[in-house]
Design a protein around this ligand. Sequence first.
Ligand code: IPE
Ligand code: IPE
Ligand code: MG
Length: 249
Amino acid sequence: MITQQTELQYLPPDLKRELLPQHVAVIMDGNGRWAKSRGLPRIMGHKAGADTLKNLLRCCEDWGIQALTVYAFSTENWKRPREEVNFLMALIRRFLRQELKEMVQKNVHIEFMGVLSELPLSLQQEISRSTEATRHNTGIRFSIATNYGGRQEILQACRAISQKVQNGLIKPEDISEEVFEAHLYTAGVADPDLLIRTSGEMRLSNFLLWQMAYGEIYITDALWPDFDRNEFHRALSAYQQRERRFGKV
Ligand code: IPE
Ligand code: IPE
Ligand code: MG
């Protein structure tokens, strides 16, 4: 096992560095099913999923991916049982606590996207601490979508822009795609080239609705806790076979 991970520390030779996606987004799905298949409570699936995320972040650093955006909690996930929601909030907090030191060392720039003011205060504090500590880091940009919804993101951009119009700062005819993008959580970051969704579901579930206009989608049946370097390798290989046309012939 150890030798296998060491071998995979470097970009697999069959992948072309110049064709790597710059920005990878992930819908980390299937934790519940993973736990259920083992006769464990759902939360154990989330716990295992957090370890998978740690490994994927390291892999992206090792292989030279510039931005990684992951869906950790949707605006719809509040509808889950309260104990599960509480566990997820505590898990994100623990993840930050445990990983911050290494992320600082490895020059990771952490960002959060979503309605953060609705999160538990203790999590908000941990988020501030980690984003503050990595603010000037120039390595991989690691965004965690927490209490995130694509529609909510678009609406908050509309509100912010309307406010500027009302204050006479911009004119309606000046609202271009660039202006709009500058008001999204992903301002300044290129759109994802590749979106990976685990556990076979073929939907966006309100993730990055604007940004995924031309992103490639890769869906695997692997459940999130089982998504390892070999799985990521497969996703990148598939991506490198795609022909991206952007509406051209
Ligand atoms: C994804 O796994 C984690 C979150 C949504 C937080 P799920 O919890 O959705 O797992 P399944 O889809 O029930 O298997
Ligand atoms: C999407 O997964 C949200 C996250 C992975 C955080 P869900 O499991 O909530 O999505 P649906 O309900 O299957 O669409
Ligand atoms: Mg799910």
